[in-house]
Design a binder for this molecule. Structure first.
Ligand code: G16
Length: 574
């Protein structure tokens, strides 16, 4: 038993602790400032009533990035000072974001305070890179916008924090116990129990999917599968599921050991940052004679994002959502209650899933960017499947998007399509091609302008609103407006969620400012062009978005981004 006393430490507020799209993300150098982490963690406690956390359990986990260990220890000491009774600590501090969501949901409701997840997701890690704090509620979801604002208000007025004075070692692999003496002389106990990084998650996946069926796919000699963990936290799950259960050769599982700096890479599964996998799958058709795997996939730093690749093709996240909706009857996890309850997509995600929903007679909800906006719809049973263009796909099993789960959905579809088939393998290209022949194709692309100084960003925002009328005047039926979301469950309204320039046929240019960058502003420009089923379904995306209505040219004209930010083009195209 470790004995410790609570001390109350005076502090001064920082003015930059407002959470973005998903938690607070800052450079490690910022987080290392005096009392920076202490202030933020204390502000979370200050945003609740003591009855919410005293005597309750708190889960702690993260993606293993640099400096996580230090903030986890700090959180344990602050939790002890707030009379938390039990810390459920991920082994070695490692647990993916969706796995934490599932572990939270498995706790008894009346003893559950929630979870801190220490991750900056797809942002790079290391001493000069990013760190992140997220707080999730007992339902497994990141706290709401209202709570985010409450926490921010607390960060602006904080004057002291409470912390247990114990500064010795705390084991991240063995259980331990604390006896805590509080300033009024009372004593409480707090135990730390260790939760396996993978066990609970894998049990849940076994219940949700037909693993025996998926195994038949891996038994085919002509199915070649590769996975890239980008040195994030998905690796341990990938090794246990794909290698341990399905028998994939470990050589096909790349970068599956989590590293504090992600091996110096950017743990973002997209065409730019997952470049080794993209080259192996020959997505840009540079080696037409090379033999390419049948399926390639990757997850981001905290394993909530997924990227699916077929031979020489990226399945855009928008298309992935649409294909999963259209084939939901082939996926046990999606068909467990018969038909899907409904589907949802974030506003910049393409309308591909809307076409499927229309055909299947499902409601489709368009939400602002940020997984938290799906929470109410999932809790209310209005949707079963949801997704975002930013490589996020998920369902009502958790309240976070789930990278490995999405890969298992695709494996289920492939296994079902090839069930009993000893002939030619039906692959990802066949599934995509069939889908587009039915619904048409929504060509999709995103340009990112990163690191735009804040004053320049304000000028660009001004241009975006100023040019609504110019766009509307270009063609009959054009619409231009600022996206505003009215939540049909709690009636809350979220304003200013992006600028939309939309043609009558559904083609769009959308602008947003990223809510996850840790410094300056990142503008995202999303392009979407619909081609009917009888049109060119296998063209180059860049050609389609530039031909005819030249969407990128128009976007630059509307925003004047290149001039204002002094750029010649986007920093990243995905
Ligand atoms: C986070 C949210 C996602 C959201 C994404 C958008 O992803 O969880 O729901 O789509 O941010 O990022 P941005 O605001 O930069 O466009 P993650 O994977 O970073 O947690």
């Amino acid at each position: 038993m470790i004995s410790t006393k609570v001390t109350v430490v005076k502090t001064k507020p920082y003015d930059d602790q407002k959470m973005g799209t998903s938690g607070l993300r800052k450079k490690v150098t910022v987080v290392k400032q005096e009392n920076y982490s202490e202030n933020f963690i204390q502000s979370i406690f200050n945003s609740y009533e003591p009855k919410d956390y005293e005597g309750k359990s708190l889960i702690l986990g993260g993606d293993g990035r640099y400096y996580n260990d230090a903030v986890i220890k700090l959180t344990i000491r602050i939790a002890a000072a707030h009379k938390v009774a039990k810390i459920i600590l991920a082994e070695k501090g490692l647990m993916s974001t969706p796995a934490v969501s599932l572990v939270i949901r498995a706790q008894p409701k009346d003893t559950n305070f929630g979870a801190f997840i220490f991750t900056a997701s797809h942002n790079p890690g290391g001493p000069d890179n990013d760190l992140g704090f997220k707080f999730n509620s007992p339902n497994g979801a990141a706290i709401s916008e209202t709570m985010n604002n409450r926490v921010y208000e607390e960060t602006k007025k904080i004057s002291e924090y409470k912390i247990a004075d114990y500064t010795g070692e705390i084991s991240f692999t063995q259980p331990s116990k604390f006896e805590v003496e509080h300033p009024d002389g009372s004593k409480t106990q707090m135990e730390i129990v260790i939760e396996s990084t993978t066990k609970h998650y894998i049990e849940e996946m076994r219940n949700l999917f037909d693993f025996d069926l998926i195994k038949t796919l891996f038994e085919r000699k002509d199915f070649n599968f590769v996975f890239d963990g980008l040195h994030g936290i998905s690796g341990p799950y990938a090794k246990e599921i794909f290698h341990g259960i399905f028998g994939v050769d470990e050589k096909n599982l790349f970068q599956c050991d989590p590293l504090p700096d992600f091996g110096g890479g950017h743990p973002d599964p997209n065409l730019v940052h997952a470049h080794n996998l993209v080259a192996l799958m020959d997505v840009f058709c540079k080696n037409p004679y090379a033999c390419v795997p049948d399926m390639g996939c990757a997850c981001d730093g905290d394993a909530d994002r997924n990227m699916i690749l077929g031979p020489r093709v990226l399945v855009t996240p928008s298309d992935s959502l649409a294909v999963l909706a259209a084939n939901s009857d082939l996926v046990k996890a999606l068909s467990k209650n018969g038909k899907l309850a409904g589907v949802a997509r974030s506003m910049p995600t393409s309308g591909a899933v809307d076409r499927v929903a229309k055909k299947l007679g499902l409601n489709v909800y368009e939400t602002p960017t940020g997984w938290k906006y799906f929470g109410n719809l999932l809790d209310a049973g209005k949707i079963t499947l949801c997704g975002e263009e930013s490589f996020g796909t998920g369902s009502d099993h958790a309240r976070e998007k789930d990278g490995i789960w999405a890969i298992l959905c695709w494996l289920s579809i492939l296994a079902q399509k090839n069930k009993g088939n000893t002939g030619k393998f039906i692959g990802i290209r066949d599934i995509l091609g069939d889908h587009w022949k039915t619904y048409g194709r929504d060509y999709y692309c995103r340009f990112d302008y990163e690191d735009v100084p804040v004053d320049k960003a304000e000028i660009v925002k001004g241009n975006l609103a100023k040019n609504f009328d110019m766009f509307k005047g270009l063609k009959a039926g054009n619409e231009a407006f600022v996206f505003e979301y009215h939540d049909s469950v709690d009636n809350s309204v979220s304003k200013n969620q992006g600028w939309i320039y939309k043609y009558a046929d559904g083609s769009r240019i959308v602008f947003r400012v990223s809510g996850t960058s840790s410094a300056n502003a990142t503008f995202r420009i999303y392009f979407e062009k619909h081609v009917e089923p009888n049109g060119d379904l296998w063209a180059d995306t860049q050609k389609i978005i530039h031909d005819g209505e030249n969407l990128p040219e128009l976007a630059i004209k509307i925003s004047d981004l290149n001039n204002v930010a002094g750029r010649t083009g986007p920093t990243v195209i995905t």
